[in-house]
Design a protein around this ligand. Structure first.
Ligand code: PEP
Ligand code: MN
Length: 338
């Protein structure tokens, strides 16, 4: 449920109310929006069903949240969440940051070369996997900590904040030392232990939609992270499995405006994994920004033919730069900036 506070509610009244809620085993989350302050109550509400919350001093009204996800919902927070990602970059506001880089970190020279190229084309974050969740156990699994060090080196030289994937709860501490944004991959969208653990950190988390996840399941996974106390969640639509075989996945672009109606969280689109084809990446990136995406995740490789993973969907730096020029036009047309 959501408790809407009176504008004149005092701190003592709020403390009294949150204390009572906690005494019943529920968790209050105070949210201060531009227009009003409210308290989201999370947990089994049966414990307080006989408590006359609406007559507590400082309370204006009490509303049930009908959606199963609560902290994630627009009912809980009307304004878009704007999340700082490091080095002055934000997501969820006017800026539409492009996060670009290789699928996997391969060598120091590779990641640094790509970082410089995407930076000069206007990317705001560097992406690259050091821990790779591969379908085959025989495929390249990533460089692990060595890869994280290469990303950190590239960040030091280019200034680009880093987004990289964490696949195992035991690695969060390590990955968080290097990453500005933790990525949870599609295959781990319902790894609830991992979600709970990243919920204990204050780092932004980019959560990718599962291969066959419904939007409701996707939002409930985000709720896991937020209910742990980490409200810096970014959602990423990266294509879903359908009967179509010409593309790796089917980009569910309608998910962007749909989720933005249901949730205050920023929504990013990854046209690389969504299509699996480099020639479809730029058109889908343009469409994503037109549809209201708050950011893009794009795979770039200097030599895609030799890439250790996902070369077929990776843009060469020159193609990436050309896409960025087109993206700026679309962003301007819809009142955003890249
Ligand atoms: C990735 O971004 O490198 C990745 C593995 O993507 P996904 O989890 O969407 O398959
Ligand atoms: Mn990839």
């Amino acid at each position: 449920m959501i408790i809407i506070l009176k504008p004149e509610a005092t701190q003592a009244e709020i403390d009294h109310l949150t204390q009572k809620i906690k005494e019943h085993g529920l968790t209050p989350h105070l949210s201060a929006g531009q227009e009003r302050r409210l308290i989201g109550v999370i947990g089994d509400e049966r414990a307080i069903q006989n408590m006359p919350l609406s007559i507590f001093p400082g309370v204006e009204s009490v509303l049930p949240v009908l959606a199963p996800y609560k902290l994630v919902s627009r009912e809980f927070k009307r304004e878009n969440s704007v999340i700082p990602l490091g080095d002055g970059v934000t997501i969820g506001g006017k800026q539409v940051p492009v996060m670009a880089g290789p699928c996997a970190v391969e060598t120091q020279a590779q990641v640094l070369g790509i970082a410089k190229a995407v930076r000069s084309a206007g990317a705001r974050l560097l992406r690259g996997g050091a821990f790779k969740p591969r379908t085959s156990p025989y495929a390249f699994q990533g460089l692990g900590e060595e890869g994280l060090q290469y990303l950190a080196e590239a960040k030091k030289i280019t200034g680009l904040p880093v987004i990289t994937e964490v696949v195992d709860p035991r690695d969060i501490e390590l990955v968080a030392q290097y990453a500005d944004v933790l990525q949870i991959g599609a295959r781990n969208m319902q790894n609830f232990r991992l979600l709970t653990e990243v919920g204990k950190y204050h780092k932004p988390v980019l959560l990718k939609r599962g291969l066959s996840a419904t939007i409701k399941e996707f939002l409930l996974s985000a709720e896991y992270i937020m209910s742990g106390g980490n409200h810096r969640v970014i959602l990423c639509e990266r294509g879903i499995r359908t009967f179509e075989t010409m593309t790796r996945n089917t980009l569910d672009l309608a998910a962007v405006p749909l989720i933005k109606g249901l949730s205050h969280l920023p929504v990013v689109v990854d046209p690389s994994h969504a299509t699996g084809r480099w020639d479809l990446v730029a058109p889908m990136a343009l469409a994503a920004v037109a549809a209201g995406a708050d950011g893009l995740l794009i795979e770039v490789h200097g030599n895609p033919e030799e890439a250790l993973s996902d070369g077929e969907e990776s843009l060469k730096p020159a193609k990436f730069a050309a896409m960025m020029t087109e993206l700026r036009k679309v962003a301007t047309a819809v009142g955003r900036e890249i």
